[in-house]
Design a protein around this ligand. Structure first.
Ligand SMILES: *Cc1c(COP(=O)(O)O)cnc(C)c1O
Length: 415
């Protein structure tokens, strides 16, 4: 895409779009929640469907002229049902946070009780943080991971649930490197008469490909984003049993959204179709293999990983044991200057702050899309380590940057 038509009317935006494409081509995207969609998904997202109002659901719209919108949304739904084996699917949430909002609105009353993982332990804002609507409308208590092991403390969670008597327990996380035992959490929810929402935003693709245990058919509700490990463009999705279908659909529209972003629903349909191809399973397996290789090499360099490793697409490094005077922010900034884009992250038992935390989070979904294998990821670990050792050193940054340029050239992305 050359953005010539944008340029004809808007030089500044055309420059920014071309700049962003070059940035993605030239840097290594290691923010664990990011990926690169295909040009087919982007083309669908930029279609005329952006013009179309399609309030309602396929076959029951409030507006005319929806025959193609219906076809697109139904295909997105059918493909999602096949990918995740879900009974009922709503593909309209504008984002993962909107998907969670849909579930809360669908089955909770204001003042009901949410039990969710603490944000600094890997949870998400939309799980009831005071700055999010969920924290303002509902009562929230949070559970933690075991500070020693970095794993969810399932037994502690069961005891806490017993004492707190929540209406909903939320599982699924933003910075958790280990497989989640959804069945165990469902048992806990059942024992206290709570719903269980499994938010698989980060691992939608891993679950679809069968490389992570699936909560579909286990948890009462499953929400996800469609732009992280599944490459279907920005958006959200909700899955549930047929018995909750109306509650969920009404909570999304008209409960919390107006017309669906039909161009994005088209992107989801195309991305889900791509994920149904056999190559997607290889992609997901390679993403995990790459994260394991990255993590092992970081450990060989003496860095400390939360939970001592990973089962999924991300690693979380706690810098405190090996580099007590180095902050996650300093490493993030040094790496960004060298063309490796990841984020500083809180770690369990954080002793600094959310703005200046003690860890870094690194994911492999986007690098794997480019074609990186385990050897490449071990080399990326070496590059990360060089910067961890000397985050403010211009010579180190220049050296790492040179190698990043070569790797980026070796694995081209967008034309
Ligand atoms: C990324 C994420 C979401 C969704 O975020 P959006 O930016 O709203 O799409 C929801 N839950 C978790 C656990 C996440 O990591």
């Amino acid at each position: 895409m050359t953005y010539d038509r944008v340029r004809e009317v808007d030089q500044a935006i055309a420059d920014a779009l071309v700049g962003e494409r070059a940035r993605q081509n030239d840097t290594l995207a290691m923010i664990a929640s990011e990926n690169h969609v295909s040009e087919a998904v982007m083309e669908a997202q930029s279609s005329e469907l952006t013009n179309k109002y399609a309030e309602g659901y396929p076959g029951e719209r409030y507006y005319g002229g929806c025959e193609f919108a219906d076809e697109v949304e139904q295909l997105a739904i059918d493909r999602a049902r096949e990918l995740w084996g879900a009974d009922h699917v709503n593909v309209q949430p504008h984002s993962g946070s909107q998907a969670n909002m849909g579930v809360y609105l669908g089955v909770l009353e204001p003042g009901d009780k949410i039990l969710s993982l603490d944000l600094t332990h890997g949870g998400h804002l939309s799980h009831g943080h005071p700055a999010n609507f969920a924290g303002q409308v509902y009562e929230v208590e949070q559970y933690e991971v075991d500070a020693e092991t970095g794993y969810v403390d399932y037994e502690g969670l069961a005891e806490q649930a017993e004492a707190y008597d929540p209406d909903i327990i939320v599982s699924g996380y933003s910075a958790y490197p280990r497989e989640v035992d959804f069945e165990r959490i469902q048992e806990t929810a059942d024992a206290v008469g709570a719903y269980h929402l499994a938010d698989i935003a980060h691992i939608t693709g891993l679950v679809a490909a069968g490389v992570h245990e699936s909560p579909v058919g286990v948890a009462d509700f499953v929400t996800g984003s469609t732009h992280k490990t599944i490459r279907a463009g920005r958006g959200g999705i909700i899955m549930c049993d047929e018995e909750y279908a109306d509650d969920i659909d009404n909570a999304v529209f008209p409960g919390s959204q107006g017309g669906p972003l039909m161009h994005n629903v088209a992107g989801k349909a195309v991305g889900f179709g791509e994920a149904l191809e056999p190559e997607f399973e290889e992609y997901a397996a390679q993403t995990v293999a790459n994260a394991k290789a990255l993590g092992e090499r970081l450990k060989e360099h003496g860095l400390d990983l939360v939970s001592d490793g990973t089962d999924n697409h991300l690693v979380l490094v706690d810098l405190r044991p090996s580099h007590p005077d180095t902050t996650g922010k300093a490493v993030e900034e040094g790496l960004e200057a060298a063309g490796v884009v990841l984020n500083a992250n809180t770690v369990p038992g954080e002793t600094r702050s959310a703005f200046n935390p003690s860890g870094i989070r690194a994911g492999t979904p986007a690098l794997t899309t480019r074609g990186f294998d385990e050897d490449d990821c071990r080399e990326v670990a070496d590059l990360i380590y060089q910067v961890v050792e000397a985050p403010g050193d211009d010579d180190v940054v220049a050296e790492v940057s040179e190698r990043v340029d070569e790797l980026a050239d070796e694995y081209p992305l967008y034309e």
